[in-house]
Design a protein around this ligand. Structure first.
Ligand SMILES: Cc1cc2nc3c(=O)[nH]c(=O)nc-3n(C[C@H](O)[C@H](O)[C@H](O)COP(=O)(O)O)c2cc1C
Length: 335
């Protein structure tokens, strides 16, 4: 049977959607290479946040998110992806090789792909409408198929104390603070977290958001933290190797797109997992030491009067995508 592979326009469309994936501090730490019959995902170590993410776990999770976005986009365009994770042990930054075959896009494929452009990290307080159990169950079922466990986390005062401990450790770390200032409070950059997407951190919130530089996003005046009826979900994997982290990133993307497709707002929370001590405590508290926590996700309904959030910027797709031989994939007109 002849090898099937989409034309360049389809590949470009899929990789443009893949680039909409969330990434730690919007660092977009991935590179895509297009072969004659396959797509390849590489980690871009130059984009590692050395003081926020010293063991590059967030970087690999971010790459998993772009991988899943790519698979979802291709599925909606009529291509089923077969993913080989870490295909070459001698090349650990080669995270995935994807081969493709034709299929007929289903309703779910189209709904998840449509959610890519709508998804935002919403750090504001959520509204009082409760999240339905069946929505959480959908997310849980989808990530379970990827070998990832989802648990609901009770946001007790003990939990908040663990979160606050991680925030304090970061607050006292001048290298972390310098990195944060470089990567946030942005206005026109192609990477980093824009000021217009970050509200002030409210210590009264059940899950205070990460402190970013130059927060310039207003909360809805009618949605104080005590009305926030959002839930906090944790994703965990049995191992903590590269493949587990990559899969956790794929599952993060799956949970976010599932929630977005159902109209819910989402926000990733990883600070408490970036500090070794607090990650260890959460492993025991949430997963009885049986799974490694890889991501926390706040999910809720945006208040009815909340303004839509602007999309965060991305680097031009031509900077992230080349052919396998290193030549440009995207012509100057497509950037
Ligand atoms: C691994 C990872 C960790 C993240 N951690 C946080 C976090 O702790 N706090 C936060 O507000 N956003 C976090 N984010 C969200 C990113 O800041 C966000 O995806 C990025 O700024 C792009 O914006 P967008 O998601 O609206 O497209 C994280 C994203 C990833 C993939």
């Amino acid at each position: 049977m002849a090898v099937q592979f989409p034309d360049d326009a389809t590949v470009l469309a899929a990789l443009t959607l893949a680039t909409r994936a969330p990434s730690v501090h919007n660092s977009q730490p991935w590179l895509w290479r297009v072969g004659p019959h396959s797509l390849h995902l590489y980690a871009d170590r130059a984009m590692q946040l050395k003081h926020t993410d010293p063991d590059s776990r967030d970087l690999i999770v971010s790459c998993g998110a772009t991988l899943h976005h790519c698979v979802v986009a291709l599925a909606a365009m009529g291509w089923r992806a077969t993913v080989h994770r870490l295909p070459n042990p001698a090349e650990p930054d080669h995270l995935a090789a994807i081969s493709l075959s034709r299929h007929t896009a289903g309703e779910t494929d189209v709904a998840l792909a449509a959610a890519i452009a709508r998804r935002r990290t919403d750090r504001r307080n959520f509204g009082s409408r409760p999240v339905e159990l069946r929505d959480i169950a959908w997310m849980g079922a989808r990530v379970a198929r990827m070998g990832v466990s989802l648990r609901r986390v009770e946001t007790t005062t003990d939990f908040k104390a663990i979160l606050t401990e991680a925030m304090w450790q970061h607050a006292l770390d001048s290298d972390y603070a310098a990195e944060l200032v470089t990567w946030s409070g942005r206005f026109a950059a192609e990477v980093g977290v824009p000021a217009r997407n970050t509200p002030e951190t409210d210590p009264a919130a059940a899950v205070p958001v990460r402190v970013f530089a130059g927060a310039a996003l207003d909360q809805s005046p009618h949605s104080p933290p005590e009305y926030d009826n959002g839930v906090l979900l944790a994703l965990g994997t049995t191992g903590d190797d590269q493949t587990s982290r990559l899969r956790a990133g794929e599952a993060t993307s799956s949970a976010l797109l599932t929630a977005t497709a159902r109209g819910l707002a989402t926000c990733l929370v990883s600070e408490v997992l970036e500090v070794g001590e607090t990650r260890k405590i959460l492993r025991s508290e949430i997963f009885d030491d049986r799974h490694y926590p890889q991501m926390l996700i706040r999910v809720g309904w945006a208040p009815a009067d909340a303004d839509p959030l602007p999309a965060t910027p991305r680097r031009p797709v031509g900077e992230r995508v080349t052919r396998l031989d290193g030549t440009p994939f995207v012509g100057p007109g497509d950037r």
